[in-house]
Design a protein around this ligand. Sequence first.
Ligand SMILES: *Cc1c(COP(=O)(O)O)cnc(C)c1O
Length: 354
Amino acid sequence: MKKHNFSAGPCILPQEVFNEASQAILDFNNSGLSIVEISHRSKDFVDVMEEARSLALELLGLEGKGYKVLFLQGGASTQFLMTAYNLLQSKAGYINTGSWSDKAIKEAKLFGEALEVASSKDANYNYIPKGYEVPNDLDYLHCTSNNTIFGTQIKEFPKANCPLVCDMSSDIFSRVLDFSQFSIIYAGAQKNMGPAGTTLVVLKEDILGKIERQIPSMLDYQVHISKSSMFNTPPVFAVYTSMLTLRWLKKLGGIAAIAEENEKKAKLIYSEIDLNPLFKGFAAKEDRSTMNATFSLADGHLKETFDTMWKEAGINGLNGHRSVGGYRASMYNAMPLESVAVLVDIMGDLERKA
Ligand SMILES: *Cc1c(COP(=O)(O)O)cnc(C)c1O
């Protein structure tokens, strides 16, 4: 039986993408060859890379605006250092909204000053800082749009007179934003786009080439741009599967259409969390993520009963991250509303039973 997969990542992808991707493992485009055994320089694969790039730009509304799209390796975690390597001359600013931001700051410190412009560490990251001043002498300002572990999401992005860099690993392509406010957007594929193994980087070319240090080729955005993400062998299967997900999203009506679905799912679970006295939410209400809902039982003694109930209903991946505890329902683009309804029904059943 197919599970209701609430896992935070690697995560659910559309069933039709799994079907098509598995077919391509056996026979890609009727070539008699598998997608994983063809040359990455063959026309068939170059077309895949091209389509993935242009779909990403189209879906984000960034065509013709000076942006380049890269599919790199090393995860979002490598972007923590690559952004700093390529852009940090003396001082960068960071909005610290969770463990991932914290890790990005740690890497940036290897290259220069990484100033914490704002932080919600004082409350175990259960809210998004607001009303802070952004200094006007930064090389760039870095933020994390969605805090996967804590279940908070930035609704209003900071204004700065420097390039804005955003880690969108866990909510890329999930909501309507003016994406042109960002100079770099990066996202590990495995939260909302594809299997682990590739990282999407969308960046404005004109912010590059302004620092003095030497950059190793594999970590240099300009090298990857000049080689169209083929400086070395790209992760062909991860790129192909991501492309299929982007095709699926375009067919659905793009980000605006999926955003509406994501709102419905979020509303459904948060209203249960708020109305059911057995549960309490973790994140501040106004900062709640539409992707990852974090909550816990008001009374721990029901844990065993609740855990048995959701597992028996075919739900997977509901345990919270160890730094928050409780539960986390990750509801990425491919999760159907019906799966969230199954979970909400169980929460209701628990209340009736208790
Ligand atoms: C998962 C995650 C990461 C880490 O991604 P990797 O691809 O595993 O390096 C970074 N940032 C955010 C917001 C994430 O959710």
